[in-house]
Write a protein that binds this ligand. Sequence first.
Ligand code: ADP
Length: 633
Amino acid sequence: MAVEKLQFQAETKRLLDLVVNSIYTNKEIFLRELISNASDALDKLRIESLTNKELADDAEPEIFIVPNALTRTVTISDNGIGMTRDEVIANIGTIAKSGTKDFLDKLREASNASAQELIGQFGVGFYSAFIVAEKVELITRKAGENSAVKWTSDGTGEYELEDCEKESHGTTIVLHLKNEFFGGEGEYNFTDVYELERLIKKYSDFVRYPIKMNFEIPGKDEKPPTIEIRTVNSMKPLWTRSKSEITREEYDEFFKQQLHEWEPPQEIFHVKAEGTVEYTALLCIPKRAAHNLYYSDYEPGLQLYSRHVFIMDKCKDFLPDWLRFMKGLVDSPDLPLNISREVLQQSIEVKVIGKALEKNILKQLGKLLKDERERYEIFWHEYGKSLKIGVYNSVFDQKAKDALKDLLLFQTSRDGKFSTLAEYVERMPESQKQIYVAAGSDAAAIEQLPQMELLRERGLEVIYLTDPVDEFTLEALHEYAEKHFQSITREDFELDDAESQKVKAEVEEIAKTQGDLLKDVKDAIGDAVAEVRLTSRLKSGAVCLATGANSPSLTMEKTFAAMNNPMFKATQILELNPNHAVFKKLEALHADKDSPEFKSLCNTLYSLALLIEGVLPKDPADLANKVTELLAK
Ligand code: ADP
């Protein structure tokens, strides 16, 4: 039969190189990965055969593992769904995950320890076979088909495909071990049945299908040894045991096995309920957010079981989208075994369970925030964005919004640490009526805003909005503890203490006599700004930009532009400090308002105001020329 040689997709090849060279410890996890795939394939066959009776056969589902010291191989077989030739090419030769290139770039630059973490976030699955094998053969036959195909590769650049014979459906993977993994010379000996038994118990005990191996039983009284087939894993679903009997290690291993996680989860939720709907849920927050959590190809959802039998993966109907990072399973005897996705969507039981779970998760997060701040901040670092998205996705769900608003954290000008809104409000002086916020790309950029000077001087704290979603979130909240959010860069921002009011009145006086100047500055700049005015909120700064009270902010405008939605434009107001030397210069040049010098100064001031906000002016080269000219003077 013809052997066809195919190339790995370029990214697959790079990934393979990196994975093999980046996994320094825990090389044994390849076994867990391959057993997980086998278990998934058995699940898929069982589900398919519910609707396609032709697929049902008498064979008991099982996973069989055979180590062979002579051929230096480990063979892992399952009698699951198998793959067609096309599926092998699509699943094994290609990586169809978005963000793969970014991931590879990050991986290449990462240190050893963080490389392992990155790989964990990405999940390399089948490719982990190449950590221990110099050559991998995969022979597979799709259930319901007669032909089988053999895939062979040494994991370098290409793989071979050839038609072959296989007695029954399922997949067999033969790992030809690298030198250091057999014979006991290295740290591992994967041809030793007892070593494999230990690993299966450690990593795959909860797999719901029997994992079998041949054990040699020495013969008594000089009789030859006999072979006994034993099931190595206990198969008992962990979630059916009582919480108090389960150790943290058992939970950790369970999630790694069940959910293809590489690291123990950060938080675990084990909920049993016997109300109107009976269910058990075992959920976790993974330690690290999936690399594609916010990409469209990330598939959120929980696994669904009925009476401990797997029904469906990635069931999205339990939890709201902002909890997309939650992983785990729900097992309920009140859900029928052959429920379809469509029926599930309408199911009252699913709604009841989902609402209860959401409530439980919110409650536990609140408790974590209160009792274990450090751990909560680790969680926040990974998933804070999801909660913030949750706020503005819950516009019509006041209850969810109320629960979420107390879980939000923001950096503030006080000490750069994270604060809840409640903590901020608690520290507000009595005279302060609003919650001051400022948006920018990071804390340092906000600290440099000229408007910050005055607030710093008055000892007023400002909440930093450094994530593009922050402003949308606060917009959706509108207020907290009856205090409105007030951006310090918006036109309607003012301080109402006596000193500020006095300066304001002085500036208003000056403004009365400067109407012409302000109009001519506006004309010189053109339509880019809606208005030019004097300001009392600058101390040493000469200019700043404010945005209209009802317009999106400049940061929002940037976010919209990045989403290819340039419709949302901020209304820009150029504010000038009448007490700054440059203002005097402006006044002097205004004597000839048509002179190029006057126009040039107006536009340079506007460009500088944009730069302060982190926005590139239209003609940066022109600005650079003007500044260098000035420097040379
Ligand atoms: P993942 O399991 O995360 O999808 P893998 O690289 O481990 O990633 O596997 C890729 C795909 O190959 C799987 O999604 C599945 O479709 C297919 N596959 C892997 N192993 C098997 C198997 N033993 N039987 C059937 N299909 C398999």
